[in-house]
Design a protein around this ligand. Sequence first.
Ligand code: ASP
Length: 323
Amino acid sequence: MMKCMLLAAVPISFCSLAGAAEGLGCASGKAPFAIAIHGGLGETQYSSEVQSKRRALILDVLRDAQHSLAAGARAIDAVSSSRARLEGSGLFNAGKGAVSNSAGEVTLDASIMDGLDRTTGAVANFKSVKNPILAARLALSAGNRFFVGPDGENFAANIEHVPKSYFVHVEERPQPKPTQSGTIGAVVLDRCGNLAAGTSTGGYNEKPVGRVGDSPIIGAATFAANGVVAISTTGEGEYFIRTSAAHDLYAQMKYGKKSVEAAAKDVIVNQVAKLGGQGGVIALDAKGHFAVVFRKSQGGLLRGIAKKNDIKVGVFESMESVK
Ligand code: ASP
């Protein structure tokens, strides 16, 4: 209730973003809906207890999204609501659980893209919004904006802000490591055949003050175009920026007529890795084919996918079906 009141002044219904099957627009659509979520590279940096919690939450979010999408939820809404839950958990490097920079401050980056009309929204270096994904969604509604830093954060005055104490402190982290990173992302195909994608992160810990990675950059970490593909990446953002990774993957499919698997492999193996970068990508094509590619040396990539009658989850190469 509080959340709805706080968001009452914004032009789209954020109350529905946190709910399951509201904002239905695709109930009569026939496309083979699907949602895939990733929790970032480096799963084995966490204790087994935390890994179990992360897996359980991913599954829970996928089950909810499966119901919403079956009921006709739009892809862009499923991207927002699934990521908002992960951001609020403190279990992922995004939102509440975001790592801090070299000055000990949490800074948040996020982006979202609707493949229906190629609208986009992004935020970077935000310090107090509770859900960067909701801020990115608001930026989309505000006219495809990219808002940056404390001045940019003022635009999101109508969504919930939190004090510094809200964020999980490093000493409370399950296994503090010098190079903690990770990101969350979602790619969705709804029953109308619309594709949407989003990515959200705290970057990597001890990152230089003011550094922004690929996650808020459309075409680097995030891209979606109806009829082709929805994409979200994770890894060393500088390399994804240098290769325009998400847009390159899209272009290989659109103009080079490659499959989603072949295009994803090319971007990670022949481009990001060839420059010396570590990373991974999840991508969903317009027919619901899912591709995941990542460097195996990076401690796995937690991800899951839900379709009409199936949910699968995996960390390393294989993915297992879950009841
Ligand atoms: N891509 C993110 C960044 O460079 C970090 C990550 O995905 O691990 O900010």
